[in-house]
Ligand binder design. Structure first.
Ligand code: SIN
Length: 327
């Protein structure tokens, strides 16, 4: 029996750590919900290219874009079950595993994406990558998409313009509170359903980045986009603790480097797309871009910012203060 237990433990069966066959490549399935031509889509492909060239014959990476395999509501469970090994859900989608990441949903917390970047690279920001590890999910890095804009069928210039409208939101209580503060109705819906909901007028509006609005053609079914920059869509690249700790040490180390390099690449793509996709939407003439004056923007800040107090206890006042120092 002692020998059986030892053998099982070595094979990782008792410890929950997966054992990998020495003569077969380790398959890494990377599931995400956006198009390939987006910061995350391109980052995932860059990771595949780096990992397969540096660990040739030892690792194979399969990337599944456009929610082909799992939507964001299911992918974290799939990671824990070992059905996929990597994902990069938006930071708004981790609420079941930690309340701390709700920080990133607070409206008007960060002045711009550079401030987000500074915070994520700080000690406090890096530490947040471990916020879900007790629940079996290990953050490996942050990837940017960009600042969020508001789109709707009517022009949104003042916060009161949103009252009574239905907005699709990600599964985030902070974002729900943000729309409730405008007397609007937030509806938590998967990303894959947004276009059809907009097209069929099941919703009146939504909030997203230039890259997502462009790549998923939301601008073709929304007459107005308010350049509000009121929040962000960023991602945590995540794996399961079990998979990650079960990897041979040298493979884990090289994969971590590949994630870091893919992060730099994805973040550069994000900066370019925020400008380029906005320009393409403007050029299309399909959707009018509304720019806010400083006074108009102030009105949106005043309307949305009371949400912070509601979530301060769950997120932590110290964390909110640390994030603000990045501005
Ligand atoms: C994503 O960029 O991964 C999706 C964001 C959303 O659900 O709006």
């Amino acid at each position: 029996m002692r020998y059986l237990i030892a053998a099982l433990a070595m094979a990782g069966i008792l410890s929950g750590v997966p054992a990998f066959a020495a003569d077969e490549p380790i398959t890494i399935k990377f599931s995400h919900v956006v198009a390939e031509n987006t910061p995350k889509g391109k980052g995932a492909l860059k990771f595949k290219e780096l990992a397969e060239s540096r660990l040739a014959g030892r690792v194979e990476v399969e990337v599944f874009p456009n929610a082909q395999l799992y939507g964001d509501n299911k992918v974290l469970e799939a990671l824990l079950l070992g059905d996929v090994q990597l994902a990069a859900p938006s930071l708004s989608k981790f609420k079941r595993y930690t309340k701390k990441l709700q920080l990133f949903d607070l409206p008007f917390l960060f002045a711009d994406i550079d401030a987000v970047d500074r915070f994520q690279k700080s000690a406090v920001g890096r530490d947040l990558l471990n916020a879900t590890s007790e629940r079996g999910l290990q953050g490996l890095g942050y990837w940017h998409n960009g600042m969020k804009q508001l789109s709707a069928n009517i022009p949104l210039k003042a916060p009161g313009d949103a009252a009574g409208l239905k907005f699709r939101i990600q599964a985030s209580d902070v974002i729900a509170a943000q729309f409730e503060a405008l007397d609007a109705t937030p509806l938590k819906k998967p990303f894959s359903e947004v276009f059809i909901l907009l097209q069929t007028k099941g919703i009146d509006g939504q909030e997203n980045t230039w890259s997502n609005i462009y790549s998923k053609k939301f601008f073709e079914v929304q007459d107005y986009i308010t350049e509000s920059d009121h929040g962000l869509v960023d991602y945590m690249v995540v794996t399961s603790v079990e998979f990650w700790q079960g990897l041979p040490d040298d493979v884990r180390e090289i994969l971590a480097q590949c994630i870091d390099e893919a992060s730099d690449y994805a973040n550069q793509v994000a900066l370019e797309k925020a400008i380029g996709d906005r320009a393409k939407i403007l050029q299309s003439g399909r959707s009018e871009i509304i720019q806010l004056s400083p006074a108009e923007r102030r009105n949106w800040i005043d309307a949305m910012k009371p949400v912070w107090a509601e979530f301060e206890d769950e997120i932590g006042a110290d964390l909110i203060a640390a994030a603000q120092t990045a501005n």
